[in-house]
Each structure stands twice: as structure tokens, then as C-alpha cells.
Design a protein around this ligand. Structure first.
Ligand SMILES: CSCCC(=O)C(=O)COP(=O)(O)O
Ligand SMILES: [Zn+2]
Length: 206
């Protein structure tokens, strides 16, 4: 194994331990990846417990999501990762999680997007410098056909080059960053905002 792959593998394993520990990747849900080269991505295999990943639970795929390693089954959601790496060459890591708050908020929100405004923590997202900006988060309907889901995500990405993440209704969150630490920071920022939003909505009902 090359040193680059070893380091990226370790960053994915540690991300899984952190995200599982926070309760955002329960019951084998979620998938994580990191860019290996301009043409290859290191990704979690399908169906593993994400808090107990080992190096053998990762495999390389090409930018079309084709496995480059015999005998390993890539994540069912591989295409949602590779489309992001193809979209922006500067993306180095992609994280997908299944938190309670992401799931509930995406289900109670009837529209096809959420807007976060006036939260200082918005500045945790790459490219956001002030709470006065707005973070627009699309919500795509869930689909067991991941290629079809990816084909609905793509036009949004093309039309919103500043997009920092998206929700899949009743399913979970996708976000990304230049490095794994950036993607992790964005997951935490989203989770904070989801919790604020849910709390605000509950208080507004009373
Ligand atoms: C048990 S969660 C259902 C599948 C899913 O949504 C997920 O994130 C994990 O799929 P994978 O194939 O990457 O293990
Ligand atoms: Zn999922």
C-alpha cells in the first residue's frame, strides 16, 4: 500500500469512528471517500459497520464508480461520491451520514430546499464569510436507483457551484471538502444547524 493510500485510509477510518460515535452513522449506514488521484477514489465497501472500519474495508474505484479491486463490493452510493469528484477537481473528501436530525428535518420540510440564514456557524462552510449570507441546501427525494438519483443531483450542482451539501429526504446528508478535516467540519456545522432549525420549529409551535 502506498503512503498516500495509507494516510487516506486512516483518515476514513478515523472519520468513521468519530461519526459513528456521534450517532450520525448508525447501523452500517453512511459511506465515506477520499480522492486518491485525479482518476481514482478510495471508498468504503458496502455494508460495513462504519465505527469499526479497517483498511481492508476500503477499495479504489475509478471516476465512473467502477471497482478497481477484485472481490470488494463498493458502496451502494458510489455514484453520488464520484459525481462530486468529477464536478470539482479540488474536492478531496466526501462524507455521507444518516443522523436523526438530518432524517427528521428532511421529512418535515415540505419544500425541496432549506435555507440557513443569520447563524454565525454558517462561516464553518467553505466560501462563507458572514452570517449575512444564506446557505441553500437542496432536498432530493430518496431513490433506490442511485444512478437516477445522481442524475437528479447533477443539474443542481451545475447550477449551484457554491453548493456545500445536500439532503436526501428520509435518508441523510452529503457534504464534502478539500481535505477530510474540511468535510468533517461541514458535517458538524450541518448537524448544529439542523438541531437549531428543529428546535426553532418546535418552539414556534408552542
Ligand atoms: C443500512 S443504511 C442503507 C444503505 C445506505 O443508505 C448507506 O448509506 C450505506 O450503504 P453502503 O452500501 O455504503 O454500506
Ligand atoms: Zn445512505
Amino acid at each position: 500500500m502506498t503512503a498516500i493510500r495509507e494516510n487516506l485510509a486512516q483518515s476514513i477510518i478515523e472519520a468513521g469512528q468519530f461519526l459513528y460515535g456521534r450517532g450520525w452513522s448508525p447501523a452500517t449506514s453512511s459511506n465515506y471517500s477520499a480522492r486518491l488521484t485525479s482518476a481514482e477514489v478510495l471508498l468504503t465497501v458496502s455494508g460495513k459497520h462504519k465505527g469499526q472500519l479497517v483498511a481492508d474495508d476500503l477499495l479504489a474505484v475509478d471516476m465512473n464508480g467502477i471497482s478497481l479491486e477484485n472481490g470488494k463490493k463498493p458502496s451502494a452510493e458510489t455514484m453520488l461520491h464520484t459525481q462530486l469528484y468529477r464536478w470539482k477537481p479540488e474536492i478531496g473528501a466526501v462524507l455521507h451520514t444518516h443522523s436523526v436530525n438530518a432524517t427528521v428535518l428532511s421529512r418535515i420540510c415540505r419544500s425541496d430546499s432549506l435555507v440557513f440564514a443569520d447563524y454565525e456557524l454558517q462561516k464553518a462552510f467553505s466560501g462563507i464569510a458572514t452570517h449575512e449570507s444564506e446557505v441553500l441546501v437542496p432536498i432530493f427525494e430518496n431513490d433506490q436507483d442511485i444512478d437516477r438519483l445522481a442524475s437528479r443531483v447533477q443539474p443542481w450542482l451545475d447550477a449551484h457551484p457554491d453548493c456545500v451539501g445536500y439532503l436526501i429526504r428520509g435518508h441523510g446528508l452529503y457534504t464534502w471538502g478539500q481535505r477530510m478535516s474540511d468535510a468533517l467540519r461541514q458535517i458538524e456545522a450541518f448537524e448544529f444547524l439542523f438541531e437549531c432549525e428543529l428546535t426553532m420549529r418546535m418552539l414556534q409551535r408552542t
